[in-house]
Design a protein around this ligand. Structure first.
Ligand code: FES
Length: 571
């Protein structure tokens, strides 16, 4: 075994080693400091992150495995983000969570780390931190919740909130029934049970090679999650001994595999910014265009909400992640390693599909092509994305008049105005919602449709926005438009009444205004006025340094790895 990093704190007979050991002697045996790996459990458990509140129990199982294998477990509570609670949007804090975790791992006597996450931003921020520090690291995804039901019908968290609230607005569901459904939505511990961002990122953590294979997708209350957590505790001690670091696991091949899996699973569009950000921390070359080039021809094999019918409990019962990966194994990078030191593909031969309604075989996909489509055009010179699998087929090629909103507040104030000049063919445009704009790039791109059109039976329209979309949402939504309006992107110069053409097959999104005339237009003053407000602290740092969605919306000074070097003594 190589020298432990923690030995630089604990080894020796001098005053500093005395101080480091003495303050840690709170009931642990003296042998804890004699060459045993010190393993942090970066724990996002928090009562304010309800999707992760069970992770303290998971941590106990991890601890047992670490002790058993000869390591010393150390609980390290880290910044946690509850998607439904944090304002203005949890994405504003993803990079802060990543930065804080990175710094605490680097500052402390740590040899390896187990990353406990679940709710949307928690696994991405933990992986970004681990990638930057490059200490041996393994993820335990907290797992999805069990399926709740209302009036005999399964409820998909998030997705069915949008659906039921639209039914109230359309007058087809009473407000009382909507309220009655509230207590049925969250049946158990765990994160959202659709193929939303949390499910997607938990599964992609495994595809990237950063979990013990066979862990992601286990429902949070499933006793096997605790057994896998125990095994993960043993594994991290082995990883430290063999110096197996994120830079060895997170290769170009791993990201290629993640893009293929994202398409086959029908995963969240948020995975695009998270994967770009994680790759950026390691210097792995990954671009927005890779998502289209690698994922475009991959079939959609999973029939899960928000695009489909079933939920994560069904997915696990039907064979789970490995059953899906086995169907596309020939597309996967055969050499991409996992944290066990063995390639991902070695874990797939035994996988089987047990329910062909939930997971399809390759020859009978739900859609032949499922990946994220990357659009360009004079509205999005640096790119925008659309998830065709969640869109309406008849709108994938569409020309319509823009109805433009300068902020989410402007949108809410006018969308249900009976006098609003909008019809089913209109294109709803919302700007000022990118990383710098809102700030934090909120999940507002899937704008609710005008109530008067809902009452006419309209259920989807083309929408264009520089923000994100909830992984549990659906619709013909062009999102992550870059450059964003607040950074001077062309979205800021579109006017109500302009004709906009979307052509997903041609990968284009354009405003039909003569280019010279369009270039001469000034950006919307109403949008600029909406952005002008006093800022301080994190928000100020964020707005000044955040990069575009097309490169992952990380802070410009956080890209690249600075490793795990030990800082100077202070005693
Ligand atoms: Fe936490 Fe959906 S709110 S995963």
């Amino acid at each position: 075994m190589a020298d432990l990093r923690s030995a630089q704190w604990y080894a020796g007979q001098d005053r500093n080693a005395y101080i480091h050991r003495a303050w840690m002697r709170r009931g642990v045996p003296g042998t804890a400091f004699e060459g045993r790996p010190q393993i942090a459990i970066a724990n996002t458990a928090s009562d304010l992150t309800p999707c992760n509140s069970h992770l303290n129990e998971v941590a106990e199982s991890v601890k047992q495995g670490i002790w058993e294998a000869g390591g010393v477990p150390l609980n390290l509570p880290v910044v946690s983000l509850g998607e439904t609670q944090v304002r203005p949007t949890a994405m504003l804090w993803r990079n802060m969570a990543a930065m804080a975790t990175e710094e605490m791992l680097r500052a402390n006597p740590i040899d390896g780390v187990v990353l406990l996450g679940g709710c949307d931003k928690t696994i991405p921020s933990l992986l970004m931190a681990a990638a930057s520090v490059d200490l041996p690291a393994v993820v335990v995804p907290g797992g999805p919740m069990l399926t709740g039901t209302f009036r005999g019908t399964p409820l998909g968290c998030g997705t069915d909130v949008w659906r039921l609230s639209e039914e109230v607005r359309a007058g087809t569901l009473s407000e009382q029934a909507f309220m009655d459904s509230e207590s049925s939505m969250i049946r158990s511990r765990g994160h959202c049970n659709t193929m939303g961002t949390a499910s997607t990122m938990g599964l992609l953590a495994e595809v990237l090679g950063t979990t013990l294979p066979g862990t992601a997708g286990l429902p949070a209350p499933d006793s096997r999650l605790l057994a896998r957590s125990h095994e993960t505790g043993r594994l991290i001690v082995e990883m430290v001994a063999e110096e197996r670091r994120p830079s060895q696991v997170l290769s170009s091949g791993s990201f290629r595999n993640a893009i293929i899996a994202l398409a086959a699973l029908g995963g969240s569009t948020n995975a695009v910014v998270h994967l770009l950000a994680i790759a950026g921390r390691l210097g792995v070359p990954l671009t927005l265009d890779d998502f289209d080039a690698v994922g475009a021809g991959v079939p959609l094999l999973v029939d899960l909400q928000p695009a489909g019918r079933h939920l994560m409990e069904d997915f696990h019962r039907a064979g789970g992640l490995h059953a899906v990966l086995r169907e596309v194994v020939d597309l996967l990078d055969q050499d991409a390693l996992t944290v066990t030191g063995r390639p991902l593909v070695e874990y797939l031969p035994e996988a089987q599909i047990w329910d062909h309604e939930v997971i399809r075989v390759r020859d009978e996909p739900l859609r032949a092509e499922a990946g994220i489509a990357v659009l360009r055009g004079n509205l999005a010179p640096d790119g925008a994305i659309i998830k065709p699998a969640a869109a309406s087929a008849h709108l994938l090629r569409h020309r319509g008049r823009a109805v433009v909103f300068d902020s989410i507040e402007d949108f809410h104030a006018r969308i249900d105005d009976p006098e609003l000049d909008v019809d089913a063919d209109s294109v709803l445009v919302l700007r000022g919602c990118g990383p710098k704009g809102y700030p934090g790039m909120p999940e507002v791109s899937n704008m609710p449709l005008p109530a008067k059109l809902l009452k006419e039976g309209v259920r989807d329209m083309v929408r264009v926005c520089d923000g994100r979309m909830s992984g549990t949402a659906y619709g013909t939504v062009v999102l992550h438009v870059a450059p964003e309006g607040a950074a001077g992107g062309p979205l800021a110069r579109v006017r109500t009444g302009d004709w906009i053409t979307l052509d997903v097959e041609a990968r284009r999104i354009d405003v039909d205004v003569p280019q010279e005339e369009f270039d001469l237009r000034a950006p919307s003053q109403a949008m600029i006025d909406g952005l002008a407000r006093p800022r301080r602290g994190w928000e100020d740092l964020y707005v000044r340094t955040v990069m575009g969605a097309d490169t992952g919306a990380d802070l410009d000074f956080l890209t690249g790895s600075s490793g795990h070097q030990v800082s100077r003594e202070s005693h």
